[in-house]
Design a protein around this ligand. Structure first.
Ligand SMILES: Cc1cc2nc3c(=O)[nH]c(=O)nc-3n(C[C@H](O)[C@H](O)[C@H](O)COP(=O)(O)OP(=O)(O)OC[C@H]3O[C@@H](n4cnc5c(N)ncnc54)[C@H](O)[C@@H]3O)c2cc1C
Length: 312
């Protein structure tokens, strides 16, 4: 049953229709509801983000019945245990149609997970219910950042949380696309089979207990023909909400930042980089400040903040 028919987006309770453990760190859930008959996901949804709301332990899911325009403020005003936990995820795919439409989401389950989403993903079972916000057919929803324009060459970089977005982008790209992809995952067993255009190379970098982001940073700089200096990112440099795209800057940079050129011609390159905020901050500094990529050619997105390793 639809809970909020007046809104230009869906806010619906959805039920887990299928769960598949893809690998040690990825759980795929298929979420269904008759209300998803109104889902309006573009054929090229690329990195389309949605929000999922998980219940607080021991509490019922928040209800959005009759939600109107002020739904977000109303939701925030509820007591914390009643409102549950909202987190951002990527639409990995859509299957079925009409009332049998399902949203496919890949959830990273990490060792020692303390967050509600990771814990929920680890235990997800058919019949479990959460709430999702998603695009409604015929309405603008936003939430797609991948915008390469007329690029000749792509550079996609991500950690495990960005694997669903990168996998969806690669499946939907024009088959003639060219470029390179670097994906860091916790373990070699997390290397997934993903479809990609022949002209786009995909390199997986399993951490296997190694430091987060180190091999990824080095591989990206090597690919760009630059020397990989050690990645020293000071805590004060990290924006936990890091979001720098051609259209939006979380640091408020209105102008394009053009760094010191090192003699490379970056014309035609489009870089999309997402993952842990500290790692993305290090790559941003290297690419924009050191190598001189124009901010209009890049999207840097902090998908999450590693609180556990905050002081490292
Ligand atoms: C646009 C966008 C798209 C995203 N798409 C996806 C997606 O498709 N799949 C996906 O799994 N994630 C995705 N994420 C990341 C996800 O939103 C975060 O990882 C989120 O913090 C998980 O919530 P939680 O409740 O598990 O942990 P939180 O309550 O947010 O954090 C609790 C603790 O867990 C740690 N933590 C959080 N995430 C991780 C992690 N991945 N590995 C290790 N420690 C972690 C935190 O540092 C903190 O110490 C996306 C984020 C954004 C912004």
């Amino acid at each position: 049953m639809s809970t909020a028919t007046t809104l230009p987006m869906l806010i619906e309770e959805v039920e887990v229709a299928r769960v598949e453990r893809l690998s040690p760190s990825f759980v795929r859930v298929e979420l269904g509801s008759p209300a998803l008959a109104d889902l309006g996901v573009a054929p090229n949804s690329y990195d389309q983000r949605i929000k999922l709301i998980f219940p607080s332990a021991g509490h019922a899911l928040p209800s959005f019945a009759g939600a109107g325009e002020g739904w977000y403020g109303d939701w925030l005003a509820r007591p914390e245990e009643e409102r549950g936990h909202m987190r951002t995820y990527t639409i990995r795919g859509v299957s079925g149609e009409g009332v049998d439409t399902r949203l496919v989401v890949d959830i990273v389950v990490h060792e020692g997970a303390t967050g509600p989403a990771g814990i929920w993903g680890e235990r997800a079972a058919v019949g479990d219910r959460i709430v999702c916000t998603a695009p409604r057919r015929g309405h603008e929803y936003g939430g797609i950042e991948f915008a390469p324009g007329e690029t000749d060459s792509l550079l996609l970089v991500g950690d495990e949380t960005a694997v669903p977005a990168v996998a969806a982008i690669l499946e939907q790209l024009d088959r003639g696309a060219r470029g390179a992809v670097f994906l860091e995952v916790p373990f070699a067993a997390d290397v997934l089979t993903i479809e990609h255009p022949e002209g786009v190379s995909v390199r997986w970098l399993p951490r296997e207990g190694g430091p987060r982001g180190e091999a990824l940073h080095a591989a990206v700089l090597e690919h760009l023909g630059a020397e990989a200096a050690s990645v020293e990112v000071d805590e004060s440099e990290i924006d936990p909400d890091l979001w720098e795209t051609p259209l939006y800057s979380s640091s408020g940079e209105a102008e394009v930042v053009t760094g010191r050129s090192v003699g490379h011609d970056w014309h035609g390159l489009y870089a999309w980089i997402a993952g842990e905020a500290k790692v993305v901050t290090g790559l941003r500094r290297a690419l924009v400040k050191d190598l001189g990529l124009d901010r209009h050619q890049v999207a840097f997105m902090g998908y999450w903040r590693d609180e556990a390793r905050r002081s490292q």
